[in-house]
Design a protein around this ligand. Structure first.
Ligand code: GLA
Length: 731
């Protein structure tokens, strides 16, 4: 039993293999948070400290006891208007416009298995793998019932949280702020880690000491965004990869979000995460209810490495779904950086031929194949193949490609419409535009209103039509804009729209997954603008960034690795000089970096020399040999790029029988000292053999001293070692 309710001291304890989480219903029926940390026993209410704190008010039921105040007690779910003046997770307003509510404990329920959410993606698990706790709180004045949902996956050290708000009263309630989880910590010094960025430079890690004012990241773009990722970590100041405590929250949602951390006046941190407050104001009529998106939480007392392993496993095995969750992904050649909009059916066939010659699996025809899409100013929404440009229809094209022994995939941007399109001309009101003002466009385009049923139907049908036009086995689902104008003709209240949009998107994606279980959908949003666990529920891989430069990708993929598994990271080898940075890097390095993801190429092979092609054929063989390890192995960050000139990382199989160690020396300098890369996660006391060189290494010495890298002959020199446990060695 991972969830225990103790009647005597009224505590709820959630246990995973290595962690414990505890709450208590106190004498005034408030739900207090007691503990989240390494596995522990007993009632932890000795953590609470009561004192007469000036200007921290006292609830009426505390009488003259000035030592009881919600302004400093650790609250399980912080709500505005309760006398707790720290950041609230929930703000409710009644029909008179009066803010605030008091939440008191009502009842609880423990269920087998993992709860699911209405219309939202969420972690899933079998009945024997998870348990659910529902704690109901209520506000008598508002008639609001607030159900806190907890999913406990003991084997993964994962606890998920969500909240359901139900209006059981007589009048309207408006939710002005809805966070999925808040977490209070005991007083102390902590660090906070966020992942910020921009288009073509996503998820750069930033670590700062947690101040008294809030550290808040928020996407107000209607997408999870390039600028901030819905992922946040709190740690001890000294926590490293392999030691120290850290707590992570990751949101299973692809729309605007916020995450906030601050230390209060008594040095107690509060962390929370949920939907962005921006343009969110959700009315609930009597009888209505709303689910908050889910937060995945994990705690590690062994540093960031264990935290990442927990999250990777959770996403790989309990968020991603379908045939491609565990299956090998195709190695693909994408036409975008090969030819942008400038291609024909014949040139696509040419790419397919090259793909075959290089040993790849699939050719993906990117943007430009439909309507009069000769550039990015037109035709989105008109999902009709341009047969003049292609010289044939999609059935013929895919057939010819398949005859070569290559699979065929296609690009679409289904949530968008160009003003210069037949779709816009016939349904201008399907685009989200605020009446009375000109819209703000991103990449010249407008966003379709997926909160509307008929628009969702159009999107579903048009994608289905395309998928049925030929043998199409892969779809790149792109989104190249932001939601600047949130207006829907059909919404009775525009404050609902951004949430309803996401529910609409998830419905369409869910239906497509169901109808086309054999089609692999790769998510994309100008690269990694919607790289989140919500999308991963429908698209097990996501194009990680529009930046294909190997050196920049080292930083992007390093930041990404804290919260997301390599199996979700779309990564390709592209041409040099790189189209985004102008940098020239060795082909081997571009491949090693891309091999730490779903792997593919995004260049025109016809422009390569025969030596380069031969090198690629070798790379493909290497990747086929290690792809299982990359997809399912444990990921280790072996260097700290903020302090070192070398990126090193490793994938090790769960049974420790093999590992792939990668390194890239970013800058070469004259007469450099030898760099040692220390692998982790090998079996002590045995030997490992490097597959290529045949070198034998004792695991202990290797992990202790490290692999000495041969001198780098150039910038961005790369190294790869495939270490295989060899029990026959006896030296
Ligand atoms: C986005 C994607 C690219 C490519 C283009 C096509 O930028 O991230 O990979 O598909 O759109 O327009």
């Amino acid at each position: 039993m991972s969830i225990i309710y103790n009647e005597e001291n009224r505590t709820f304890t959630l246990n995973t293999d290595n962690t414990t989480y505890q709450m208590q219903v106190d004498k005034h029926k408030h739900l207090l948070h007691l503990y989240y940390g390494r596995k522990s026993e007993g009632c932890m209410d000795w953590m609470l400290s009561f004192a007469d704190r000036g200007f921290s008010p006292n609830p009426y039921e505390a009488g003259n006891d000035r030592t009881y105040s919600l302004d400093f007690l650790p609250m399980e779910y912080a709500v505005q208007g309760s006398g707790d003046f720290r950041t609230p997770a929930l703000i409710l307003k009644d029909s008179d416009g009066t803010f605030g509510c008091r939440l008191k404990y009502k009842e609880y329920e423990i269920q087998k298995g993992k709860y699911s959410l209405r219309g939202l993606p969420a972690v899933y698990a079998g009945d024997s793998e998870a348990e659910t706790l529902v704690i109901k709180l209520e506000s008598e004045r508002l008639g609001a019932e607030v159900s806190l949902l907890y999913g406990v996956l003991p084997g993964l050290d994962i606890i998920t949280r969500s909240v359901r708000i139900e209006n059981r009263g007589q009048g309207k309630i408006t939710i002005e702020k809805l966070q999925s989880a808040s977490l209070d910590f005991p007083a102390g010094m902590y660090d906070v880690h966020t992942f910020h960025g921009r288009h073509t430079m996503e998820r750069v890690r930033e670590r700062t000491s947690l101040p008294h004012n809030a550290v808040k990241i928020e996407s107000r773009r209607g997408i999870s965004s390039h600028q901030y990722n819905p992922f946040i970590i709190i740690s001890d100041p000294e926590t490293s990869e392999t030691a120290g405590r850290c707590w992570a929250m990751e949101l299973v949602y692809s729309g605007g979000f916020s995450a906030e951390a601050a230390r209060d006046q008594f040095d107690q941190p509060r962390l929370m995460m949920g939907i962005a407050e921006d343009r969110f104001s959700y009315p609930l009529e009597p009888g209505d209810s709303l689910d908050a998106p889910e937060v995945i939480m994990t705690f590690s007392s062994d540093g960031f490495e264990r935290m990442s392993h927990n999250l990777h496993k959770c996403i790989r095995e309990h968020v991603c779904r379908g045939r491609f969750r565990d299956g090998a992904r195709p190695i693909l050649l994408n036409s975008w950086e090969a030819s942008y909009f400038d291609f024909t059916g014949d040139s696509i066939l040419g790419l397919a031929r090259e793909a075959k010659d290089l040993g790849l699996d699939m050719i993906v025809m990117d943007d430009g194949w439909f309507g009069n899409r000769c550039d990015d100013r037109r035709a989105l929404g008109d999902w009709v193949p341009n047969e003049k440009k292609l010289g044939c229809n999609l059935a013929e094209l895919s057939e010819k490609i398949n005859e070569m022994g290559i699979k065929f995939g296609i690009w679409m941007e289904p949530e968008m419409v160009s003003e210069d399109s037949d779709l816009y001309r016939s349904h201008p009101d399907w685009a989200m535009v605020i009446p009375g003002q000109k819209p703000t466009r991103g990449r010249y385009q407008l966003v379709l209103d997926l909160s509307r049923r008929e628009v969702r139907e159009y999107v579903f049908e048009s994608v289905s039509n395309v998928l049925e036009m030929g043998n199409i086995e892969y779809l790149k689902w792109d989104f190249n804009s932001v939601i600047a104008d949130a207006y829907s003709r059909e919404e009775d209240d525009q404050g609902k729209l951004l949430y309803d949009y996401m529910i609409g998107l998830y419905e369409v994606l869910g239906r497509l997954n169901e109808r086309y279980p054999d089609v692999l959908i790769e998510g994309c949003c100008g690269g990694g603008g919607r790289f989140d666990a919500g999308m991963m529920y429908y698209t097990p891989q996501i194009w990680c960034s529009d930046n294909t430069d190997a050196v920049d990708r080292l930083f992007i993929q390093h930041g990404t690795s804290f919260g997301y598994p390599a199996s979700a990271v779309g990564a390709h080898v592209s041409a040099c000089p790189n189209h985004q940075t102008g940098r020239v890097t060795p082909l081997a390095t571009r491949a090693i970096v891309a091999m730490s993801g779903t792997f593919g190429y995004e260049l025109d092979p016809a422009r390569l020399s025969e030596e380069e092609k031969e090198e690629i054929r070798e790379q493909v063989k290497i990747y086929r040999n290690i792809s299982g390890l990359v997809r399912t192995g444990d990921y280790y960050r072996l260097s700290d790029p903020s302090r070192e000139n070398c990126f090193a990382w490793e994938f090790a199989s769960e049974d420790r029988s093999e590992a792939v160690v990668n390194a890239v020396v970013v800058q070469n300098h004259g007469n450099m000292a030898t760099i040692y890369v220390k692998p982790r996660g090998l079996t002590p006391g045995v030997f490992y053999r490097d597959e290529k060189s045949g070198m034998i290494y004792a695991a202990d010495a290797l992990m202790d001293t490290g692999l000495p890298l041969p001198p780098a002959g150039r910038d961005a020199e790369s190294y790869i070692y495939h270490l295989i446990r060899d029990e026959s060695v006896n030296m």
